[in-house]
Ligand binder design. Structure first.
Ligand SMILES: *Cc1c(COP(=O)(O)O)cnc(C)c1O
Length: 426
């Protein structure tokens, strides 16, 4: 804890309540395993860039074209962030200002569609995101979403079926990308479908950005009109997002972000994004992403070896979804999530394809390896974590089983301090 808390001498005195919560959160992440696939742990350099006086600045506009004075250093930061992101993904144009993934997607809708236009997006219960056309989200409320789904038998995307559906629906845009689909996405196939029906192809790679940037998965940029990604998932940067697009859409995208949707950019976040992109351009980051995938396969094998069933029977990326149905736990995702949480194993409840229950009481558990891979864990740790998870799921109301798993996890975490200065447990 010590390094970061040392920077907090003042807050420990001026605001002990918040200080205490920060300290306890440090202990929580130190002693447990973070398996929520949308989470990660940023480097100390990213944290340092984030916690600066750039948070104070107003810089509405873009580099060289600001509405406020005193932006010469903000311009340096934003230009570096843009250049590094362009290099990372080979994109023609990048906007680094979106506050987060959802507003980035909203800006793309604003730029490419008119209100009420039809588009196709990945069904939420099978692995899409809220912003891909859920009826409770702006994307489903203000635009006409025709969802595509996975095949009921294989639980995989079936590109022939999507092609057929697109020919009937004639959407203006097709959105590809995932939040809970454990397999590779064929962005080239989506491009072919879009060309066939004259639709824009918009890919949202919030989860898999790191895998795409390092060539482990197909990079969608060559096959898309627009690509968005969050910066805080596999990319291992601060909370935020970027939009990448072809030069022909650059002006529409930039205008949609500012002044269409947002005011001043968060310059401290953009500084931290630039640092994260620099890290992602290093050879070590490619090794890291390779290990994420190896760890996901090892964790999936351990879970299946211990009698659990996974959506699609495995994983090609950083995440997997456990189906609780064959354990007699349909609709018990929340209870299982809480039992695992008591053992300091952090996961999230999730719907499964053709969910028999409800999103609030779903029948799946989603988990992934980006955060624990950042911590340095490898295949042998995945085996232990998989065993602990299987035991808790098999006995999710048994306090003794949960306590035993918690101790095993604590023991496992002993050698993985997370941040310098956090070597000592508790
Ligand atoms: C996480 C995610 C988002 C949203 O990101 P927020 O930063 O939470 O708004 C958008 N799309 C996909 C596919 C995601 O997984």
């Amino acid at each position: 804890m010590v390094v970061f808390l040392a920077m907090m001498d003042d807050i420990s005195k001026t605001d002990p309540e918040i200080f205490e919560a920060i300290k306890k959160e440090g202990i929580r992440i130190r002693n447990g395993v973070e398996l929520i696939p949308s989470e990660n742990f940023v480097s100390k350099a990213v944290l340092q860039a984030y916690a600066t006086f750039f948070t104070n600045k107003y810089s509405e506009g873009y580099p060289g074209k600001r509405y406020y004075g005193g932006n010469q250093y903000v311009d340096v930061v934003e230009n570096l962030a843009i250049e590094r992101a362009r290099k990372l993904f080979g994109a023609e144009h990048v906007n680094v200002q979106p506050y987060s993934g959802s507003p980035a997607n909203q800006a793309v809708f604003f730029a490419l569609l008119n209100l009420g236009d039809a588009f196709m997006g990945f069904d939420l219960s099978a692995g899409g995101h809220l912003t891909h056309g859920s009826p409770v989200n702006f994307s489903g409320k203000h635009y006409k979403c025709i969802p595509y789904n996975v095949d009921k038998e294989t639980e995989l995307l079936d590109y022939d079926k999507i092609m057929k559906q697109a020919k009937e629906a004639k959407p203006k845009m097709i959105l590809s990308g995932l939040t809970a689909y454990p397999r590779k996405i064929d962005f080239r196939a989506f491009r072919e479908i879009c060309d066939e029906v004259n639709a824009y192809h918009f890919a949202d790679i919030a989860h898999i950005a790191g895998l795409c940037a390092t060539g482990l998965h197909q990079n969608p940029v060559p096959y898309c009109d627009v690509v968005t990604t969050t910066t805080h998932k596999t990319l291992r940067g601060p909370r935020g997002a970027i939009i990448m697009c072809r030069e022909q859409h650059a002006q529409a995208i930039d205008k949609a972000v500012f002044p269409g949707l947002q005011g001043g950019p968060h310059d401290h976040v953009n500084a931290a994004k630039a640092v994260a992109f620099k890290e992602a351009l290093q050879p070590d980051y490619k090794k890291y992403c390779g290990q994420i995938v190896k760890n996901a396969k090892a964790l999936a094998d351990s879970l299946m070896g211990n009698g659990l069933e996974l959506v699609t029977g495995g994983t090609d990326n950083h995440l997997m979804v456990i189906k609780l149905v064959n354990k007699g736990l349909a609709g018990k995702g929340k209870e299982v999530q809480n039992a695992l949480g008591e053992a300091e194993i952090y996961v999230n409840k999730n719907t499964i394809p053709y969910e028999p229950n409800t999103p609030f009481n779903p029948s799946g558990i989603r988990l992934g390896t980006p955060a624990i891979t950042t911590r340095g864990m490898k295949e042998s740790e995945m085996k232990v974590i998989g065993e602990c998870i299987a035991k808790v799921i098999g006995n999710h109301t048994d306090k003794a089983v949960i306590e035993k798993a918690k101790n095993d996890i604590l023991e496992l975490c002993r050698d993985f301090p997370l941040y310098p200065g956090m070597e000592v447990l508790r």
